[in-house]
Design a protein around this ligand. Structure first.
Ligand code: PHE
Length: 378
């Protein structure tokens, strides 16, 4: 009886695109399934991984209620690439681990993806936006948009919504994410006839940005694009305001942390950044997630937790769609994900194993971020 029923469900699913209602999960019910999350749970950008993990754990808790027990192994690399490599080498040799969720930052994902690819274990990054990450190979997936799009979104927003013409860029030369996003922003901004009046660099963890900011101030930009992570950005914004720079500050998803306002205070107020998620969405799936997250953690979710949640549910959906759960069959099912309805909108995995989806632009207004607009891919 069981195999026939499974075959029927699979056939029905094959006929309905984006079928997530008819799930043949019986083959998962008495299995001991393990997955792993790799992240930087301590270190300079710890809030990213911590919130991603909260989203992952919420999704696993819900799966458990549905009778699917998944054990999560959590590996913290402390922001250290050598530790990340060591952790990854250890994880891939455990044959019971079916997939890796992570890393969060593009730099770390680029460091560990070749290990996942070589071992042929599916790796899904919920959040790494640099295009090179999934180019590592056919076992590497992401469920978020990529930086050429994010750069386009902020360039278009700066030109068409804020109507600025002169922009300075200050990027982190040690971050693949920051360098990539800066160049994609610059390209679209110039295509839209805007002017990049200064292009400056700093290094992750710097505390003093006066030299670069002095150069920037001289060019009198109307906006400064800061494609870095929240901590550096908040410190840059504070110094810039003290030095009398009154321009708008603009950035990308690396700003998505309550620490941005905690550290930056008045200096970051009124700034804009692109993101994957807003609690203000009236989409039913988003609101369901927001409600469940608040009930569990007594906190508002951010884009990281929403993507951790979606990545896990997408992984579980792919597991359900396999006939027999192996790393290879899981990879093949991940590649077929189409119109998955989640906390960050609908996700379809394209032939480059990326997700094409709209971005939102948020405005920093005190500790909360206000939704301004949605920009869809062209
Ligand atoms: N997109 C960032 C990167 O690729 C990671 C990130 C995502 C950081 C979301 C914050 C929020 O490195």
């Amino acid at each position: 009886m069981k195999p026939y029923f499974g075959a029927f469900v699979l056939m029905a699913c094959g006929l309905i695109s984006g079928c997530f209602l008819f799930k043949s999960s019986h083959h998962l019910k008495d299995q001991k399934i393990k997955i792993a999350f790799v992240g930087s749970l301590t270190g300079d950008t710890a809030s990213f991984s911590k919130n991603t993990l909260k989203g992952i754990e919420l999704a696993l808790k819900e799966a458990k209620k549905d009778g699917i027990q998944i054990e999560l192994i959590v590996k913290n690399n402390g922001g250290n690439p050598e530790t990340a490599v060591h952790n990854m080498n250890e994880l891939v040799t455990d044959n019971n681990i079916m997939a890796i969720l992570g890393e969060v930052s593009s730099g770390m994902s680029l460091t560990i993806a070749p290990i996942a690819q070589r071992a042929q274990i599916p790796m899904i990054t919920p959040t790494s936006t640099n295009p090179r990450v999934t180019e590592v190979g056919d076992y590497i997936f992401r469920i978020c948009f990529i930086d050429p799009f994010q750069g386009y979104v902020m360039a278009k927003f700066a030109r068409e919504h804020l109507k600025v013409d002169k922009v300075a860029v200050l990027k982190d030369r040690k971050s693949d994410y920051s360098k990539g996003l800066a160049s994609f922003f610059t390209k679209t901004f110039e295509d839209l006839s805007g002017h990049i009046v200064m292009d400056e660099v700093y290094n992750t963890g710097d505390r003093d940005f006066k030299i670069q900011l002095e150069q920037i101030r001289k060019t009198q930009p109307e906006a400064v694009f800061l494609p870095g992570y929240y901590r550096d950005v908040a410190l840059i914004a504070r110094q810039a305001r003290i030095m009398g720079i009154q321009a708008y500050f603009l950035g990308g998803d690396g700003w998505d942390s309550d620490q941005l306002f905690e550290i930056g205070r008045e200096a970051v107020n009124g700034s804009y950044f692109s993101n994957h998620f807003t609690v203000e969405s009236n989409n039913e799936n988003v609101q369901q997630f927001v409600k469940a997250y608040r009930e569990t953690y007594h906190l508002n979710p951010d884009g990281l937790s929403a993507r951790g949640y979606d990545a896990t549910n997408i992984l579980i959906t792919a597991m359900k769609n396999t006939k027999e759960l192996t790393r290879k069959s899981l990879r093949d099912e991940l590649a077929k994900i189409n119109n998955f309805p989640g906390a960050t909108g609908n996700t379809s995995i394209n032939s480059h194993r990326n997700a094409k989806k709209p971005a939102v632009v948020l405005k920093v207004e005190g500790p909360a971020n206000r939704y301004i607009t949605t920009i869809a891919p062209e």
